[in-house]
Design a protein around this ligand. Sequence first.
Ligand code: TYD
Length: 203
Amino acid sequence: MFISFEGIDGSGKSTQIARLKRRLEDAGRRVVTVREPGGTPLSEHVRALLLDPALDIAPFAELLLFSAARAQLTERVIRPALGEGTIVIADRFFDSTGAYQGAGRAVAEPDWVRQFSERVTGGLVPDRTYWLDLPLAESIERRGHRSADRMEQAGADFFARVAEAYARFAQAEPTRFHQIDATLPPERIHTQIWTDLQSLKPS
Ligand code: TYD
């Protein structure tokens, strides 16, 4: 089973991923967690480039770099783990590219970005994707005074387009892509996710 989490900075993805991992392990399942971009030596190098606030990266180059990091992670970590029956939980997957590069940067038509992304992963699509939907103002408040990385330096219009794209994904793929109110208490969010996962056959 392959689960991904999506949402803007401060939406609580890491808290939920840690909580879900523990619960699945308590239930006797093997779980691997990965974060994007990253998770392999190559992908971590690419991550450092992508988040460097001093580096100029053209929008299409950005799309390709995120995709390169994902191709490597999918091939070297995610597929082997799934092949052994391990549950994989990803902190972001190709929906981030659809939202940030496709909609946020407007690099190409949404359908093209989606088809390209499936090429990058060799057709691997998450069984479930949980979008922790947080208002932008709340995200900025939660971030506090921590300095912004290169992606976080994008303006409010950019993040509005990202949020709109996530909402479209939820409409287009309601079975896979679940919108969750990220302002709810963490334990309630976890319960929603856990309840939903029970409806999926373990694989
Ligand atoms: P990270 O520090 O992991 O942020 P977060 O905690 O919000 O996940 O940085 C990843 C950044 O890269 C984040 O701003 C989202 C962005 N991103 C894309 O723009 N496209 C992508 O395909 C992925 C995976 C991430």
